[in-house]
Design a binder for this molecule. Structure first.
Ligand code: ZN
Length: 220
């Protein structure tokens, strides 16, 4: 984090909040920007097909993009609840009535997540699960150390960079040999090439956990 980001983070603490989507004063996330995330979800088709339906709350543009970046780059924790609520409303539309729902966050590299002060995808998923009946968040995926940052890589390089590097952290869900009757949805903040969700779905499958869908906040 460079000096300008430090100053921005500090200003977020001491000044009244401005909307992370449109800079409207006095609120962290305004109703207009919230509406931009609750139109969908929309079906999206990433270049790297994870083999299950993929859905996005919004395109990676405008208020949605700015909000995701504010969380990632500036540690705007006040956006966890509104982004979680938007994700919950998308999941409420996608889920099959009568079946439990399990949210599995796509994994972040440990180092970059820690530098940002925690894993924003995990926090958003936990907030979403809190809004939905019969839903829980199970952070069962991890990325091996040594994966390079994917910024600036071509789609092919990204796929190669991640191949076989995402694995399941064995806990009760994987040990039981699957999620039983539950629908499993992999969630992430931004879908670009699809490499991360594809490897996530593959790793879950190897552990006997069948993924029903992928839902992301934004699709590039
Ligand atoms: Zn706004």
């Amino acid at each position: 984090m460079g000096a300008p980001e430090h100053i921005a983070a500090l200003l977020d603490l001491v000044l009244p909040a401005a909307c992370a989507g449109c800079d409207a004063a006095g609120v962290g996330w305004c109703p207009g920007c919230a509406a931009a995330l609750t139109d969908g979800p929309t079906r999206v088709r990433p270049r790297t097909d994870p083999g299950v339906p993929c859905w996005a709350l919004a395109p990676y543009a405008g208020p949605a993009r700015r909000a995701v970046l504010a969380v990632k780059e500036r540690g705007r924790r006040d956006l966890t609840e509104p982004l979680g609520l938007a994700m919950a409303s998308g999941l409420a539309r996608l889920r099959t009535p009568g079946r439990p729902l399990v949210l599995v966050p796509a994994p972040s590299r440990g180092g970059s997540a820690r530098r940002r002060g925690g894993d924003p995808v995990l926090r958003t998923a936990a907030a979403a699960a809190g809004w939905l009946p019969d839903c829980r968040m199970v952070p069962m995926l991890r990325v091996w150390w040594g994966v390079r940052d994917s910024v600036g890589l071509t789609p092919g390089e990204r796929q190669h960079n991640l191949r076989g590097r995402i694995s399941v952290r064995y806990g009760p869900l994987a040990r039981r040999g699957g999620a039983g009757n539950a629908e499993v949805v992999v969630v992430d903040d931004v879908l670009t090439t699809g490499a991360t969700v594809r490897e996530s779905v593959r790793a879950l499958g190897l552990a006997g956990v069948e993924t029903s869908a992928v839902l992301v906040t934004c699709s590039a």
